[in-house]
Write a protein that binds this ligand. Structure first.
Ligand code: ZN
Length: 79
């Protein structure tokens, strides 16, 4: 006789923006050397960092990263 290792229960979950935590924040990362800006709460600071980095290094490619938070919750009435 085998013993189950885990029990999975299926239910309906929904994912929504997490308003209780931090606001989204933005980072720019150089695709040539991997250097990255500080995280910022608005897009402008990473964009300025990208332009300054391009001026200093001649690197012209950037990865724009937006980090946001979500929270999963059970749908009411589901089981
Ligand atoms: Zn670079």
């Amino acid at each position: 006789m085998t013993t189950p290792r885990a029990v999975w229960r299926f239910a309906d979950w929904v994912l929504s923006a997490d308003a209780s935590g931090s606001d989204p924040f933005y980072v720019a990362e150089c695709t040539t050397c991997g250097d990255a800006s500080e995280g910022a709460e608005e897009r402008e600071a990473p964009e300025i960092w990208s332009l300054q980095h391009a001026g200093r290094t001649g690197h012209t490619g950037f990865r724009n990263i937006v980090i946001s938070f979500s929270r999963a919750s059970l749908v009411e009435g589901s089981r």
